[in-house]
Write a protein that binds this ligand. Structure first.
Ligand SMILES: *Cc1c(COP(=O)(O)O)cnc(C)c1O
Length: 401
């Protein structure tokens, strides 16, 4: 099977090898075509790029720092560096993408943003960008997620967004995404759909990667300056894959740099309660893109589980599928327990409370510490901060906050 993919990568627009594409109903073809054209023009327009760069600096707080994890490095025998997306405005990398898409929407003359959200991080980042640029905002969210992530529902409302409850399916991210796509197909005249990861139909996977590529561009400069060399390995957690593709893209041409994506192993692959698409899935179509997907033998999309809501989604971005098939990146997983343990270790050793999502990347480094040559430079993308996870971590320990 893998042989099939080893032929020279096709340059079909919207595809990454055999993955990606635009598998959507008729009603979405035109809005996606218009978006693709508008983005292609904006991308080449110096005034758009200048405005985006200024907003990333003044509103988002970029560049985010690169922090040398001094105590953990000594313990692990590697030089561990953390790219601090947790310090970006609203607490994660998501804002890089929502600011980019909101500016694009404004340029296209749209007055309204809609978005899907699971944990609420993307919803908050979209609401913040909408407020900043004077756009109205509606965020679709499964009612199960609204219950689990109540503080983020309140944050979105404070930022002026309407949170629209989604009652279908398992009432989680997958259902919210389906609903947002459906709503967009009849409202695209004045509305832009801000998709939150490097997923979905073309042009989203490449557009979101581009907006997140600022992480990799900054990190490459910063690591060369701080460590005096390129990293031995770069590690990032993979939900839809936007923070990972953002940092990987900065090192795509550095063939010797190992790229590792860490998925949510949940309670273990055998339990079936996980979101490790590369360990338990196979190619199929979800939300308009052909990619690795957790599905049963009839192609029904499976339910997923992770302690971190941001990794809890049945499909992975199509560019990651291609990176895996090509052997350019490898994909592993960390379990719920490993991620929680890693979160605590980073708190105590470095004074940084990471998001549970990001803790998956760190958990892999801790578990596989012997894999790294002594003294090698390891770069972990700390995709977000863990303030949102304090209650769920405490609950796991039996403490009610
Ligand atoms: C949403 C989120 C993720 C997962 O999304 P990707 O698109 O895979 O990056 C990871 N970390 C944090 C902190 C998030 O909020």
């Amino acid at each position: 099977m893998a042989r099939l993919y080893n032929r020279k990568v096709k340059a079909k627009p919207g595809y990454f090898g055999d993955f990606g594409g635009r598998f959507v109903p008729e009603t979405l073809v035109e809005p996606l075509r218009a978006l693709t054209a508008a983005y292609a023009t904006a991308k080449r327009d110096p005034s758009f790029n200048k405005e985006l760069a200024a907003e990333l600096r003044d509103f988002v707080g970029r560049p985010t720092p690169l922090t040398f994890a001094r105590r953990l490095s000594a313990e692990l025998g590697v030089k561990l560096y953390l790219k601090r997306e947790d310090l970006a405005h609203t607490g994660a990398h998501k804002i890089n993408n929502t600011v980019g898409q909101a500016l694009l929407a404004k340029r296209m003359g749209k007055t309204k943003l809609i978005a899907e959200t699971g944990a609420g991080q993307h919803g908050v980042a979209t609401a913040a960008a909408a407020a900043r640029y004077g756009l109205s905002c509606a965020v679709y969210m499964g009612t199960e997620d609204m219950r689990r992530q109540a503080p983020n529902v309140d944050r979105m409302r404070l930022l002026g967004a309407t949170v629209v409850p989604v009652e279908s399916g398992t009432r989680t991210l997958k259902d919210a995404t389906s609903e947002a796509l459906r709503v967009w197909s009849s409202t695209s005249r004045d509305t832009h759909y801000v998709l939150g990861s490097a997923l979905g139909p073309h042009p989203y996977p490449s557009m979101v990667r581009d907006f997140q590529s600022v992480i990799g561009k900054e990190a490459r400069k910063q690591i060369l300056s701080a460590a005096g060399r390129l990293p031995y390995e770069i590690v990032a957690c993979v939900g839809g894959g936007s923070n990972a593709i953002g940092i990987f893209s900065g090192f795509a041409k550095d063939a010797r740099v190992r790229l590792t994506g860490v998925e949510a192993g949940g309670r273990g692959i055998k339990s079936g309660l996980h979101a490790a698409r590369f360990s338990g899935g196979r190619p199929g179509v979800l939300h308009g893109t052909y990619t690795y997907l957790l599905q049963d033998k009839d192609g029904q999309v499976l339910n997923t589980h992770s302690v971190s809501a941001g990794l809890d989604y049945p499909a992975v971005g199509p560019e990651h599928a291609e990176l895996k098939i090509r052997g350019r990146a490898r994909y592993v997983y960390a379990t719920d327990n490993e991620a929680v343990a890693a979160l605590k270790i980073l708190c105590r050793k470095e004074g940084i409370l990471p998001a549970l999502e990001s803790a998956h990347a760190l958990a892999y480094v801790l578990r596989e510490r012997r894999r790294f040559p002594k003294g090698s430079v390891v770069l972990v993308n700390l995709s977000g901060r863990g303030d949102k996870d304090v209650v769920s971590v405490a609950r796991r320990e039996g403490v009610e906050l």
